[in-house]
Design a binder for this molecule. Structure first.
Ligand SMILES: *Cc1c(COP(=O)(O)O)cnc(C)c1O
Length: 353
């Protein structure tokens, strides 16, 4: 079976080299005569993996030692809970959230269980078709939470606001896809399975000085400070996803880093958006200025062409193009590992419809 053109939104395509090297590590890790899956997470071989996986994130993000890097279980969804647990004051806690999609709304829902949540901007009434920009966040808030890329609707924050409080960002679906000043954030999290690894591990990058200030009694497993103190080995980490994430980040670093990935991602997105704009059969769900470089959500304007289109892209070897069940239509996810050749195949199908 030849490799499909994989536009899946997540878990998603990773570099072929990552699939090969991680498959090899399952059979014989580092030539030690053991599988990666059967060695202790405290063994020197795995500790080296975790150390490098933590270090490479700081290099790629250009962050100093004020920050700590953690690889945690529970998905980005657990961070919807850990963030307020660790950052919202136990008395009169109050946080500001930007509501830009289903995931942002999920984070808001959980935070409300810990204190007051003010939604300072929302595009919910407009089917999340744009990123609200007209708001301010003052120092009365314990933190501000935003979602850099809205995986379902295909919108992306191109700039980030200056706020008078801690800045927290869910970067699950565009982490390492574009150059950002990461030092403007106090806490960043991302489920690995969208752009930096397989499912099963979540990256958390946190500025140490913000921890331990809520007056809350936090269960150890949910306490960032405990994970920091144990160098991300508080309990058994998800060893395989951590290793495959490390390989993915090494591949990124060896291929020009984030700057080169950004240039490739811009070229892919341009190719596809130009076709959507040119072709009278298609349109995006969102405002042009907020279009995502990672997830291109679009729909067919002439429903009678649906069957022909679906058959054509499937016949062209394309996989994972259906839109999220909540909005339908189509979604082409253009994550780092997707080659521009795959985008060209899709564009050719659209042209010929
Ligand atoms: C996928 C996604 C999530 C949820 O991730 P899980 O790891 O499945 O919990 C959260 N936020 C964003 C932006 C996502 O794309």
């Amino acid at each position: 079976m030849s490799k499909k053109h994989n536009f899946s939104a997540g878990p998603c395509i990773l570099p072929q080299e990552v699939f090969e090297k991680s498959a090899q590590a399952i059979l014989d890790f580092n030539g030690i005569g053991l599988s990666l899956l059967e060695i202790s997470h405290r063994s020197k071989d795995f500790v080296a993996v975790m150390d490098e996986a933590r270090a490479i994130v700081k290099r790629l993000m250009n962050l100093n030692d004020d920050y700590e890097v953690l690889y945690l279980g529970g998905g980005a969804s657990l961070q919807f809970v850990m963030v307020p647990f660790n950052l919202m004051k136990s008395e009169n806690g109050k946080a500001a959230y930007l509501d830009t999609g289903v995931w942002a709304a999920g984070a808001i829902k959980e935070a409300k269980k810990f204190g007051t949540v003010d939604v300072v901007g929302s595009s919910k009434e407009d089917n999340y078709s744009f990123i609200p920009k007209d708001y301010t966040v003052g120092s009365e808030y314990d933190y501000f939470h935003c979602t850099s890329n809205n995986t379902i609707y295909g919108t992306q924050m191109k700039t980030f606001p200056k706020v008078d409080t801690l800045m927290v960002c869910d970067m699950s679906s565009d982490i390492f896809s574009r150059q950002i000043d990461f030092s403007q954030f106090d806490l960043i999290y991302a489920g690995a399975q969208k752009n930096m690894g397989p499912a099963g591990v979540t990256l958390v990058v946190v500025k140490k000085e913000i921890l331990g200030k809520t007056g809350r009694d936090i269960p150890s497993i949910l306490d960032y400070s405990q994970h920091v103190a144990k160098e991300s080995m508080y309990n058994t980490p998800p060893v395989f996803p951590v290793y495959a994430s490390l390989l993915t980040l090494q591949h990124l670093e060896n291929n020009g880093g984030i700057a080169a990935a950004e240039a490739r991602n811009e070229a892919k997105a341009k190719l596809l958006y130009e076709e959507i704009d040119r072709n009278p059969l298609f349109e995006t769900f969102c405002k042009e200025e907020d279009r995502s470089l990672m997830n291109v959500s679009f729909r067919l304007l002439d429903e009678s062409k649906k069957e022909t289109f679906d058959n054509a892209w499937k016949a062209a070897g394309i996989s994972g193009l259906n839109g999220h069940r909540s909005i339908g239509g189509y979604r082409a996810s253009l994550y780092n590992a997707l080659p521009i050749e795959s985008v060209q195949v899709l564009v050719d199908v659209m042209k010929n419809l």
